[in-house]
Design a protein around this ligand. Structure first.
Ligand code: FES
Ligand SMILES: [Fe+2]
Length: 414
């Protein structure tokens, strides 16, 4: 069993790269992180009517998330209790029941076993179906249209779990009067790196942007990254394992090439509505560029993309990403946002591939024996943390500061 002591030291500002390569630690994460945390399951707009369902994962466990007849949302392990086949193989859809494709056991919208083929002959009518339903996710919460679930009865309520991160999450979801919706389905791709590289970068790494994305920015805009002066203010929040960071732009100006000209024009014409829910200063200052709700739900406020980094073994993850848009925006504005996301943060997006290239290269380097013995430096901004500055709750730092919340909390160091 791996010795967890000394793997991560938030006080000294270093970590040991074995957090990305140790198989025992990965198993512990599946149990202690993904078995206990609140994990993003689905957004309201993915489940438009009774019987609507989507498949997703809680860690590596496949789950079905289903809109019930009473409008609530429930989730259960997508594993047949007969011999363990996936109960439902469709990615999404609308159904009244779910029938296993192996021997035909059927489950209702809550995951209760409701039909067993040839029950009389095969089981002599003695099987007690109520004991053989799918394993239910015991706790689900609806936070402003976002459903999160946890297997754990001990994990604090979602509001407490989210803590000060609510301010940053709300800056995205409360921004528009009528909320937001996901459009264009789910983009999925697998890349060869540990899930924590992505989760941590979206929590706390603004530092990489001007360098890692330099060529993409120049290719798309003919200018260095977003034309920002070097002394532009910005803050980096960290709390409860979550993180959010952003430059403070003087105006809510978005380069056309990122999100599309029509979106930029629509924002300009509808500023009152755009700023309505959270006020102009917060809308501009908390542009909420990069964010992670621990452990693996992230979004880029400016770039209109949300995603989950599903772990797929030690050196692999599966990215599931969505485009989010203001519900009230006209159809052509939504379409232009979707194209902007495809251009920038999608499997072949010019910015997305910059990030993936760095994460997968680090994972390759860590195949080396010596490479796994070195320490990594996480000292940026150490000791310069402040609390409740500029009306923003919680602990924050300059935008160029780093914490490794996912790594730290994964091994029990907060
Ligand atoms: S494994 Fe599902 S019915 Fe047999
Ligand atoms: Fe990036």
């Amino acid at each position: 069993m791996i010795d967890l002591n000394g793997l991560v030291d938030p006080e000294g500002g270093y970590n040991n790269p074995r957090i990305y390569t140790d198989p025992d630690l990965y198993e512990l994460e599946l149990d202690r992180v993904f078995g206990r945390s609140w994990l993003f399951l689905a957004h309201d707009s993915q489940l438009p009517k009774k019987g609507s369902f989507v498949q997703t994962y809680m860690g590596e466990d496949p789950v079905l998330v289903v809109r019930q007849k009473d409008g609530s949302v429930k989730a259960f392990l997508n594993q047949c209790r007969h011999r363990g086949m996936r109960i439902c193989r469709a990615d999404e859809g609308v159904s009244k029941t779910f029938t296993c494709s192996y021997h035909g056991w059927a489950y209702d919208l809550e995951g209760n076993l409701v039909n067993v083929p040839t029950e009389d002959r095969a089981y002599h009518n003695e099987i007690d179906k109520k004991n053989w339903g799918a394993l239910k996710v015991p706790r689900i919460t609806n936070y402003k249209g976002f459903y999160f679930g946890t297997w754990s009865e001990e994990t604090p309520e979602f509001d407490e779990y989210l803590g000060d991160m609510a301010y940053y999450f709300d800056s995205v979801v409360d921004r528009w009067d009528n909320g937001l919706e996901f459009i264009g389905g789910t983009s999925k791709w697998v890349i060869d790196c540990n899930w924590k590289f992505a989760s941590e970068q979206f929590a706390s790494d603004f530092y990489h942007a001007p360098v890692a994305h330099a060529s993409a920015a120049i290719a798309l805009t003919d200018q260095p990254l977003v034309l920002l002066p070097p002394d532009i203010p910005g803050r980096q929040f960290a709390g409860n394992g979550h993180g959010s960071g952003s430059f403070w732009l003087p105006e809510l100006t978005l380069p056309d090439v990122h999100v599309g000209q029509k979106y930029t024009a629509w924002v300009a014409e509808n500023q009152e509505q755009v700023y309505g829910g959270i006020g102009r200063d917060r809308a501009v200052q908390v542009l909420a560029l990069h964010n992670t709700v621990f452990p693996n739900f992230s979004w880029l406020g400016q770039f209109s993309t949300m995603r989950v980094w599903h772990p797929r073994g030690l050196g692999k993850m599966e990215v599931w990403s969505w485009t989010f848009v203001p519900k009230d925006a006209p159809a052509e504005v939504k379409a232009t946002i979707r194209r902007g996301v495809q251009r920038t943060f999608s499997p072949a997006g010019s910015f997305e591939t910059d990030d993936g290239e760095n994460w997968t290269e680090i994972q390759k380097v860590l195949r080396g024996f010596k490479a796994r013995e070195s320490r990594f430096n996480t000292q940026m901004g150490l000791g310069f943390e402040e609390r409740d500055t500029n009306g923003q709750p919680g602990q924050s730092n300059d935008v160029f500061a780093e914490r490794q919340p996912a790594a730290s909390i994964a091994i029990g160091v907060s």
